[in-house]
Design a protein. Structure first.
Length: 54
């Protein structure tokens, strides 16, 4: 492994940790659950629309 490769690993780990922290914060606030439900509802409506056209 070259030095440049080694230098990139910690940074990727930090970015990943920040992303996980953000996800955890959103989850704690309960927004992610509501958002997920909204996405499912929208998907169902799209599916209903497609079924109606066929």
């Amino acid at each position: 492994m070259e030095k440049s490769d080694m230098a990139n690993i910690p940074q990727a780990g930090i970015v990943g940790a920040k992303a996980n922290l953000r996800k955890a914060q959103v989850k704690r606030s309960g927004r992610s659950h509501n958002f997920h439900r909204a996405v499912l509802r929208a998907a169902e409506q799209v599916q209903d629309g497609l079924d109606g056209e066929i």
